[in-house]
Design a protein around this ligand. Structure first.
Ligand code: ADP
Length: 301
């Protein structure tokens, strides 16, 4: 097969691993920087131009679109879909998962366990929304944040009010969430491919920190999931419409709660922690599922 990887940098760990695995399986592979793609979107024959050539003959494309280029990156992916190329994750599913409120609303509608979460726009409603999510301590999150940046733990109601007021003053979009204290500064990353969790790790925050992101000094270890956690992760990925997803779960005393569903989960931490060849499993999934014109985007507009 001819596989394209939409990634800004061929040297990134996940990109390198995918290239390596695709080549080992005998495929032709090209890393494409979405920001260097350009196209005539009104042409009857959809095409993508790239550094003076046209991108043609691809059977599948693996999107590794960073949060900061979601808009342009998904537009390029959509163009591949218009050309009938099989996307590992569809552009609509990626866009959906990048909107944290929309994601939680969709998951909630399908009965997935979530931390109690509220959001508000006007400072007049701060008191009320704090009440709704059960009062302090609580977690305040910037909707645009990634890697734990913009996630704040407010221990008291006063602290919560000031932080929320400050964020609102800056016109930032935020959500306000129950603090799942019993998770003990640990979360679980479930790596879903198709309808299976193929690897899972527990990430534990460093001393004195409640955010377990590896970028924030957290450590990762192999973990055994409960059947409920497995099915929650698979259902969450499914509801978002993602074939490949990193589903982050907290162990709360009301069962597993989903914090986030990530559409471009990194391979480094999880391959290290579990010793599994996840890149290889992704390529196998593509071999099994890639067919021309399979995406829902084509023809639907
Ligand atoms: P990001 O998407 O920026 O990584 P997250 O929402 O995943 O932000 O939060 C970062 C970390 O903070 C999580 O991995 C988790 O360890 C911790 N955390 C987030 N929300 C909660 C919560 N409601 N209760 C307890 N810990 C939380």
């Amino acid at each position: 097969m001819k596989i394209g990887i939409l990634s800004r940098n061929a040297k990134l760990f996940s990109t390198k691993r995918l290239v390596e695995s695709a080549k080992n399986a005998g495929h032709e592979v090209k890393v494409i920087d979405a920001l260097h793609c350009y196209m005539n979107i009104t042409s009857h024959r959809p095409m993508i131009h790239y550094k003076g050539e046209t991108l043609e003959g691809f059977d599948a494309v693996i999107p590794r679109i960073g949060a900061s280029i979601t808009f342009y990156g998904t537009a390029v992916l959509r163009q591949f879909e218009m050309m009938g190329v099989y996307p590992l994750n569809e552009s609509v599913a990626i866009t959906r998962s990048r909107d944290k409120l929309r994601s939680l609303q969709l998951l909630s509608r399908k009965g997935i366990g979530l931390p109690v979460t509220g959001f508000a726009h006007s400072p007049d409603n701060i008191q009320d929304v704090i009440e709704i999510v059960g009062g302090a301590p609580l977690v305040i999150k910037l909707l645009e944040g990634t890697q734990g940046i913009g996630v704040v733990l407010a221990e008291t109601k006063k602290a919560a009010e000031s932080v929320i007021e400050a964020f609102m003053g800056l016109k930032a979009n935020i959500m306000i969430q129950e603090f799942v204290k019993e998770a003990g500064g640990a979360d679980i990353r479930c790596f879903v491919i198709g309808d299976k969790v193929i690897a899972a790790m527990m990430r534990t925050a460093k001393e004195g920190e409640f955010r377990s992101n590896l970028h924030r000094g957290g450590t990762a270890e192999l973990i055994k999931l409960t059947p409920e956690e497995r099915s929650t992760a698979v259902r969450a990925a499914n509801i978002m419409g993602l074939n490949v997803a990193g589903v982050d779960i907290l162990r709360s005393n009301h069962g597993p709660v989903v914090m986030e569903v990530n559409s471009s989960p990194g391979l480094h931490g999880i391959e290290d922690a579990t010793g599994k060849d996840i890149a290889g499993l992704i390529i196998k999934f593509i071999e099994k599922n890639a067919k021309p014109n399979k995406t829902g985007t084509r023809g639907k507009g």
